[in-house]
Design a protein around this ligand. Structure first.
Ligand SMILES: [Zn+2]
Length: 359
């Protein structure tokens, strides 16, 4: 059955990453379910597994069609056991048709975790769906929604092999085409590698193969340290942003996260092309100038999964329709402009404050 729309939802998972992709028919029934990363370092204070279980319960044949794990860091897969348990407890069958995973430095415990992912397929080294100008090679396609690998397992990952080899996934749908980009923990080395892939396209009559980007996940939760290891990082980041021209950016965040993700400097660098006419909403960031966490109301397409510093959070949903229409369900806080179609909404106890760059 062809899809009517695809929802790309950045689930709140505190300091971690978990993106749920729902391919739906016109009655909003879920035809296919894809997870791209599913982890957190604060496992006791967030439950993206409850959101996914809620979706599975609505499906005629409950299953995860495809799981993609960008790389080996635990904050990108650690919630999978909790999801497995919830699915089991609900009396549903645990079924994942395919798992793809990126990253070139899987340690012992992370490799052990792979055993619970059926049909796991490693992404190829130095792989990109866009290696040949004029030819896009899909990773897979479901109901007309196509998934590509922008980069995976790059050899030029610099000193941060774990994050730099992370897979970057592109979702493409609609006529005219729209895209969403899930970046995992991509570093500046990843972006430079991607720039080198996209540059020949950009210089050719084809232009950039990734156009009309409705949603870009900010790489590595908005980390500053892995973005600034290249002396020319600001210009390199700008080149990447100009190639993919994201209209909305979203960062997975933790309230007062000890990792200080996302940094304002990073959000600013990725927001060159964001729309300036979003409804009024809150987002949070770590302000490097004042070295303090800030919550802010804004009308630009800059979103975080934590809305307020009291721990108020929201799963941020971006939708692409078959005819190229796009919507998003905005993260508003109580008392602000009301949003619609909330997946889940709540407030958390806070993380301890502090500054550690990692994750
Ligand atoms: Zn991470």
């Amino acid at each position: 059955m062809p899809a009517d729309h695809v929802d790309v939802i950045a689930l709140h998972c505190d300091q971690g990453m978990a993106t749920m992709v729902k391919i739906c028919d016109a009655a909003d029934r879920v035809l296919h379910l894809i997870l791209i990363d599913f982890g957190s370092t604060c496992t006791s204070r967030c439950a993206p597994e409850d959101v996914v279980l809620g979706v599975l319960k609505t499906m005629a044949h409950p299953k995860i069609d495809v799981l993609i794990v960008s790389h080996q860091d635990k904050d990108h897969w650690s919630k999978l056991p909790a999801l497995y348990q919830k699915v089991h407890d609900a009396g549903l069958t645990w079924q994942i048709d395919y798992t793809y995973y990126g990253g070139k430095d899987w340690g012992t415990s992370a490799t052990k975790a792979q055993l619970t992912w059926p049909n796991a397929i490693p992404l190829q080294d130095d792989y990109s769906s866009y290696s040949t100008v004029g030819v896009k090679q899909p990773l897979f396609s479901l109901a007309g929604v196509t998934f590509y690998v922008l980069s995976a397992n790059i050899s030029d990952a610099g000193t941060n092999v774990k994050n730099g080899t992370s897979a970057v996934i592109v979702i493409e749908y609609g006529n005219p085409l729209r895209t969403a980009i899930l970046t995992g923990d991509a570093t500046i080395d990843t972006l430079v590698w991607i720039n080198n892939k996209l540059e020949p396209w950009q210089k050719s009559p084809y232009g950039s193969p990734i156009t009309n980007c409705w949603m870009l996940e900010v790489p590595h939760h908005g980390a500053l340290a892995t973005l600034t290891t290249n002396a020319d990082w600001s210009a390199k980041t700008t080149t990447f942003v100009n190639y993919v021209t994201p209209l909305n950016i979203v960062a997975s965040a933790g309230a007062h996260s000890q990792y200080s993700h996302p940094h304002k400097i990073v959000l600013d660098h990725f927001s060159t092309h964001v729309r300036g006419n979003a409804p009024l909403h809150y987002h949070v960031y770590f302000d490097d100038a004042s070295t303090r966490w800030v919550e802010e109301q804004c009308q630009k397409g800059v979103f975080t999964t934590v809305l307020r510093l009291d721990g108020t959070f929201l799963d941020q949903r971006f939708t692409i329709y078959h005819d190229g229409r796009v919507t998003f369900h905005i993260g508003t806080a109580p008392g602000a402009v009301p949003g619609t179609g909330r997946e889940s909404f709540g407030a958390l106890p806070l993380c301890s404050r502090g500054r550690v760059e990692n994750g």
